[in-house]
Design a protein around this ligand. Structure first.
Ligand code: NAD
Length: 430
């Protein structure tokens, strides 16, 4: 759709193509902003990030030589509180991808109404080819480069693809060494013994379970007769599959990066994941058919959970998707070009900025607990997560009905509305 307003920023910095997650994010932003009739000044301010940092990270490799890695931190918006978002290590990470992910964090925090803005970080590296020592040295130097820009009141990183609790512990320690005292609230997703929250590791998968439960109720389906396909079996997909299985859902297919397994009668998920952890692949798992990741998305099912990576459902395959409910565990698994095709097919989409917001919600709980110095029992964390996810799901459905729009558009409208309101009452310092 043509934008009402012009901005040289986005037009200058990117190629326009379907697989560019930043392009997908911006086209949805533009559509929602137009439907909201967003004030032109707010529009101009909100469509660009607040700050983008590019850092070079000299790292002593095990060979004794120095290697310089390139890293980013994009701080998209601070209107509602400190920026919040993960750090991704990948050979393919780009500034455009980090920009999109940072903006999604702003909209995600607003959709679940936690008092954070959005940020994201990325380092171009191949963690599979690096030793633990190399990863630690690179992480600490990256953290040292960011030390003036992150912190409990400024920007609070968390794990994302290829980073984990250990990475967060190194960042917390490096930050604390510079501060000259221990600052646990400078990152979330830490080990529980170092100020992490019970339930954080499972939070994104558990959040998915809660919103899928609500969608299933909405369509008067029962978990036991609901067939679920999950793409990805990491922190999000693996845990969501385990929790859905435990709740009685029938998981008919699951995959990892190498491919998937399918059994229309249902898969014993704990057993299959144990096999995956032992052999590092589903290959050779008995009593199932093998499917490619591409075929898996097109299987007949009730709920499809893409929980691996971006751009899985595109204009090329959207017409072949057969689920009733699409619950987006990954960030940006569907391109903007596929949205209308899914809508035409009557597929109910639980958009990523709601569906996978369980992680940031419990990250918020972790930050609160660190600042209080008082830690909650896991059942308390899980109950508060459920309250947030169910309330946010219902807010979103009401908003979509009230504005006669699909749930994706509603999620962006709701988020932009909240951020715009806070920006307006703070006023412009210009
Ligand atoms: P992970 O690294 O733990 O797991 C990723 C899974 O996807 C693995 O099973 C991997 O084998 C598979 N995979 C990777 N590339 C693939 C490909 N091209 N095709 C098919 N499968 C592939 O990562 P994660 O933490 O589970 O994150 C998955 C997605 O969820 C990402 O988009 C991430 O940004 C998003 N997300 C994660 C969290 C969180 O708390 N971990 C929160 C919100 C969103």
């Amino acid at each position: 759709m043509e934008s009402m307003y012009s901005s040289s920023y986005v037009d200058d910095i990117r190629e326009i193509k379907e697989e560019n997650p930043f392009e997908s994010m911006m086209s949805r932003f533009d559509r929602a902003a137009q439907l909201l009739e967003l004030d032109a000044d707010l529009y101009a301010v909100m469509r660009v990030p607040n700050r983008e940092l590019k850092v070079y990270i000299p790292t002593r490799m095990d060979s004794g030589r120095m290697q310089v890695f390139e890293g980013y931190r994009v701080q998209h918006n601070f209107a509602r509180g400190p920026a919040k978002g993960g750090i991704r290590y990948s050979p393919d990470v780009t500034l455009d991808e980090v920009r999109a992910l940072a903006a999604w964090m702003t909209w995600k925090c607003a959709v679940v109404n936690v008092p954070f803005g959005g940020a994201k970080g990325g380092v171009i590296c191949d963690p599979q080819q690096m030793s633990l020592g190399e990863l630690e040295r690179m992480t600490r130097r990256y953290a040292a480069e960011l030390v003036d820009f992150i912190g409990p009141e400024k920007d609070v990183p968390a794990p994302d693809m290829n980073t984990n609790e250990q990475t967060m512990a190194w960042i917390m320690d490096t930050y604390s060494m510079h501060a000259r005292h221990t600052v646990t609230a400078c990152v979330t997703g830490k080990p529980v013994d170092l100020g992490g929250s019970s339930g954080r590791r499972e939070a994104t998968g558990r959040g998915l379970l809660f919103v899928i439960n609500e969608a299933v109720k909405r369509f008067q389906m029962a978990p036991t007769s609901t067939r679920v396909v999950v793409q990805g079996s990491g922190n999000v997909g693996g845990i969501a599959a385990e929790l859905l299985h435990e709740a009685g859902y029938k998981i008919v297919a699951i995959s990892d990066v190498h491919g998937g397994i399918y059994n229309p009668a249902g898969i014993d998920i704990p057993n299959a994941l144990k096999y995956l952890r032992t052999t590092r692949s589903f290959e050779g798992y008995e009593g199932v058919e093998t499917v490619s990741n591409h075929e898996l998305l097109e299987l007949d099912c009730d709920v499809l959970v893409p929980a691996a990576t971006e751009n899985q459902i595109t204009s090329q395959n959207a017409d072949k998707i057969k689920c009733k409910v699409l619950a987006e565990g990954a960030n940006g698994p569907t391109t903007a070009a596929a949205d209308e095709m899914l809508h035409q097919k009557g597929i109910f989409v639980i958009p990523d900025i709601l569906a996978n917001a369980g992680g940031v919600t419990v990250s918020y709980f972790e930050w609160v607990q660190d600042r209080m110095g008082y830690f909650w029992r896991e059942d308390v964390v899980n109950q508060r997560l459920q309250d947030t996810m169910v309330a946010s799901f219902n807010d979103l459905c009401r908003y979509a009905d009230a504005h006669s729009v699909d749930t994706r558009t509603a999620a962006y409208m709701l988020a932009i509305d909240r951020v715009a309101y806070d920006t307006r009452i703070r006023g412009f310092y210009a």
